[in-house]
Write a protein of this length. Structure first.
Ligand SMILES: Nc1ncnc2c1ncn2[C@@H]1O[C@H](COP(=O)(O)OP(=O)(O)OP(=O)(O)O)[C@@H](O)[C@H]1O
Ligand SMILES: Cc1cn([C@H]2C[C@H](O)[C@@H](COP(=O)(O)O)O2)c(=O)[nH]c1=O
Length: 696
């Protein structure tokens, strides 16, 4: 495989190559269909059981709504912490079986009280099921496919709503026909829908049961404290609060949902203020859905060259701008167009945030984090939907008259939407700045690159090359991906062709570097753990010495210098792995190397599980190798993203094929790039290999 691998958006390949994800997705589709159908059936049952009394009907319907939302708002963090301790597959299977039993019990009981109790219990079960599902998806697909996995999961969740609506209509019609034949359907119009819905959960449980879900990773606890539920919850919150990325992300998501709550709470009044009745409202609702669908589905493809963090902040800011424009244009047709834009930006922000959460949150706190986000967003939506109409009323109708001849009158709902839009826009800018992983690179040039994919070279610092330069090649990839093996094979081949070859490595390519390597990889740090910044500086120090002492002199002689790791390892391990700002790590390396970049970087791509298996025979794992699987997954993703951004200077090879196959592909790619050999083929001296610790 020679193609550079940016995020992969191939849906068919995803479903074909990852059978466990396919099953999970199928069950998600069924459960989501069941959720929507269940909601309609519960509302139908509430109305059916209070038929004839309009007040009672509206109280019953509202109670069902409140019971659906309240448990997640109140108990989300608790359920999330519990979900992180339970077996995820079992949680989902038991959750689906319980929902099957509860849904089937509603028409059998035929009582309003049981409808309320069952609704509450169903939501409580869903509280555990949701985080277990959200936390599982990132373990079933490779990191670069997580975005498309989230896209189709969101499509399954929300796309099943209209299908469930249609099914509900058909099933209620069918009830009228069948109740003569099937006496148990005589209870109510929504009963058949309730039974069909129950069966969807049964099937979903059977599908999940067959999944092979990798066991969760459990990180050692700080200070060796025994796990308690309270500590789990606090740890989850601390985890979110302690990471600038997650803080920005969660803050941004809450504001986005608040803006959504404003639109939901004020949409009807706003449309009326524009003189449009029900049809106008229908158009606006359709515009929101169309926009969100477009944003979720196409947004990540359109902006695939932009980092996800930037995409999130940008989409949120533009959602704010769109909301302001919706509110001020004063025309239902134009407003609907801006509503599409609003939905598009929101959908794009949502899918980016979801993917970032899946990639950046360690496996053992992922359930809590998703639960925390889920419950906080519900609280925010409910609060905003309740408060927004009051704010709109308080603002009242206002007339703005910029000149004597021109004045515009805005309803309170429009003004409240302007306020919400401004807050969303500002929150987007704050999130963008807090999470930015490309500081120093202008957004404009990033956008130009994202849309044209031609501007890449303009951004790179010009490599500082010695006057008579050989060829500089860096091997990159995870621990155990086969870099040493490939460097040795390549050095032999190059030597045969008459090249002078220097085989070297980072860290530890010099005597000073070997001392640094000892600190970096063997440091146990019980008394004084190495901080991420100290670690980044030590790797940079090793690199500075390495470039000055080994790489530059080798290139000056016209040698081919093969290094086992270089700058990209810092970007991947310290940047993505330790979550240091990538641009700062890059600046550090640029300074250390005086801008010297490899002529070619070969990324040996292998999944962290296979790499760990290859390392299993070694005496002991070093400090970096012992990091979590999520850490190594982020590292891998970063290598692939770097390669995707500059395909001309990278070669990504599938390192799960045999060493000989990998070597053959590398030779084929390299041959036309190499300078002329300085010696006679077959007579060059043995490659100079910088001494380093020998691995078992
Ligand atoms: N393509 C391959 N297929 C299967 N096994 C391989 C392949 N390449 C290397 N190996 C084996 O995997 C192990 C790790 O290989 P190697 O030491 O070359 O990796 P590395 O990337 O240099 O590791 P590290 O980063 O830890 O130094 C070795 O046992 C090696 O024989
Ligand atoms: C250069 C560099 C390396 N690392 C990490 C990557 C590996 O886990 C070790 C080196 O071990 P290897 O057996 O020589 O591959 O160090 C890093 O985190 N940052 C860097 O810049």
């Amino acid at each position: 495989m020679t193609a550079a691998a940016a995020p992969d958006h191939d849906v068919r390949a995803l479903l074909r190559d990852h059978p466990d994800f396919r099953r999970m997705w199928l069950s998600l589709m069924l459960s989501s269909f069941g959720d929507w159908l269940g909601m309609l059936a519960k509302l139908g049952t509430a109305a059916g059981l209070t038929v004839g009394d309009a007040t009672q009907t509206s109280v019953a319907v509202s109670t069902v709504f409140i019971l659906q939302l309240a448990p997640a708002a109140l108990l989300g963090p608790l359920a999330g912490a519990l979900a992180d301790r339970l077996d995820r597959r079992l949680t989902m299977v038991v959750g689906d079986l319980l929902r099957f039993a509860l849904f089937i019990s509603i028409p059998i009981a035929g009582s309003l009280t049981w409808l309320f109790v069952a609704t509450l219990l169903i939501e409580l079960v869903t509280l555990f099921w949701g985080p277990a599902k959200d936390a599982t998806v990132p373990n079933l697909v490779p990191a670069r496919k997580l975005e498309v996995a989230n896209q189709i999961s969101l499509v399954a969740t929300y796309g099943s709503a209209p299908v469930a609506g249609l099914a509900f209509i058909l099933l209620t019609l069918l009830t009228g026909v069948l109740d003569n034949l099937l006496p148990f359907l005589r209870g109510g119009q929504s009963d058949l829908a309730m039974y069909v819905n129950a069966v969807t959960f049964l099937v979903a449980a059977a599908v999940i049961w067959r999944l092979d879900i990798p066991p969760r990773e459990v990180r050692p606890r700080e200070g060796g404290l025994a796990p308690t539920l309270g500590r789990d919850i606090v740890e989850g919150w601390r985890f979110v609060g302690g990471s600038p990325l997650l803080r920005g992300l969660v803050f941004g998501m809450l504001v986005a949902f608040a803006a959504g709550g404003v639109v939901l709470g004020l949409g009807r009044a706003f449309v009326t203020s524009l003189g449009a009745g029900d049809p106008g409202y229908g158009v606006v609702v359709m515009a929101v859905f169309a926009g969100v669908a477009l944003g979720v589905w196409q947004g990540p493809r359109w902006l695939s060259g932009l980092s996800r963090r930037r995409t999130f902040g940008l989409a949120l800011s533009l959602a704010g701008v769109s909301l302001v424009l919706v509110a001020v244009v004063g025309n239902i047709v134009v407003a609907s167009l801006f509503v599409v834009a609003l939905g598009l930006c929101t959908g794009l922000a949502y899918v980016s945030a979801y993917t970032l959460l899946g990639l950046e949150v360690d496996d053992d706190v992922r359930g809590r984090t998703f639960a925390f986000v889920g419950s906080s967003t519900r609280v925010v939506i409910i609060a905003v939907m309740l408060v927004a109409p009051w704010v709109a009323n308080a603002l009242g109708e206002r007339t703005i008259a910029p000149s004597e001849h021109w004045s515009v009158t805005y309803a309170g709902s429009a003004l409240a939407m302007v306020v919400a839009g401004v807050i969303t826009g500002v929150a987007g800018v704050v999130s963008f700045r807090q999470m930015d992983d490309r500081r120093g690179t202008s957004l404009r040039s990033d956008l130009v690159r994202a849309f044209t994919r031609r501007g890449e070279a303009a951004e790179d610092p010009a490599p500082v090359r010695p006057p008579a330069s050989g060829f500089f090649l860096a091997f990159e990839g995870g621990d155990g991906s086969g870099k040493t093996t490939q460097a040795t094979l390549l050095a032999d081949w190059l030597t045969q062709r008459g090249h002078e070859v220097v085989v070297t490595r980072e860290p530890g390519g010099t005597a000073t570097g070997r001392e640094l390597r000892e600190v970096l990889l063997s440091h146990r740090g019980d008394a004084s753990p190495l901080s991420p910044r100290a670690e980044a500086l030590l790797f940079a120090a090793d690199r500075a010495q390495h470039v000055a002492e080994v790489v530059q002199p080798g290139l000056r002689r016209g040698a081919v210098v093969l290094t086992d790791r270089y700058v990209d390892s810092s970007l991947a391990y310290q940047g993505a792995g330790r979550d240091l700002p990538a641009s700062e790590v890059e600046t550090l390396s640029t300074w250390a190397t005086q801008g010297l970049l490899p002529d070619l970087t070969v990324v040996l791509d292998v999944d962290p599980v296979t790499a760990a298996q290859r390392r299993a025979g070694r005496a002991a794992e070093d400090r970096m190798e012992a990091e979590s699987r999520a850490f190594h997954a982020r590292v891998r993703e970063q290598f692939l993203l770097l390669a995707g951004r500059d395909p001309r200077r990278y070669l990504v090879l599938d390192a799960t094929t045999s060493p000989e196959t990998v070597h053959a592909k590398l030779r084929e790619h390299l041959e036309p790039l190499l300078p002329a050999a300085t010696g006679v083929p077959g007579t060059a001296p043995e490659p100079v290999t910088v001494p380093g610790p020998v691995r078992s």
